[in-house]
Each structure stands twice: as C-alpha cells, then as structure tokens.
Design a protein around this ligand. Structure first.
Ligand code: FES
Length: 105
C-alpha cells in the first residue's frame, strides 16, 4: 500500500507499507520521527494525529469511542483528523494522502 506523506516542514514523500499494519507503523518505519506514537499504537496518546485526504471512508476503520475522545482533546482537530495508529493499511487505501498534524503542546 503506497501513500503520500506531508511532514510538518512541508516535505512530501511516498511511503509504502504492508497491508495490515497501521499508517503510524508505516510512517515510523520510513524514518519519519514526527509521529511520536508515545503509547506504541494502543490508542491512548494522540501523538500520532494526522489528517487524511483521498482516503475512501468506507475502507477506513470506524472511529472508536476511545479515538473519538482523544481526538476531542487533540489540538487542531479537523474533519480529516484520525489517529494514524488506528488507520490500518489495506489495498483500497492506496494513493491516500496523509499530513502530519501540528505538534500538540
Ligand atoms: Fe498513541 Fe496512536 S500511537 S494514540
């Protein structure tokens, strides 16, 4: 699964990750350290906040109540906000665009 990542400094890069892993894991594996993922992907820190574009909503896992709560606390939440550890890659998401959210204080 290949997607585009835009980092905080505006750099765009292409990232490929295996289906079944999370976008957070794929981003970190690519060497991008802007996603701290302090909780290791257990949906409890919100340091993996990103904005998703061009992702078909029907292929995204639904936002769980826990993710919803965390996003509510996240700064700069938008309609496109997701926690990247909860976005599981699948072939249908090929070509999506992910922007790293601004760092939370
Ligand atoms: Fe902690 Fe996603 S890595 S919520």
């Amino acid at each position: 699964v290949t997607f585009h990542l835009e980092t905080r400094d505006g750099t765009r890069r292409e990232i490929t990750g295996a289906a079944g892993i999370s976008a957070m894991e794929a981003i970190r594996a690519s060497g991008c350290d802007e996603i701290a993922a302090t909780c290791g992907g257990s949906c409890s820190c919100a340091t993996c906040h990103v904005y998703l574009r061009k992702a078909a909503p029907e292929f995204l896992p639904p936002i769980s109540p826990t993710e919803e709560d965390l996003l509510d606390f996240a700064e700069d939440r938008t309609e496109q906000s997701r926690l990247s550890c909860q976005v599981i890659l699948r072939p249908e998401l090929d070509g999506m665009e992910i922007t790293v959210a601004p760092a939370s204080a």
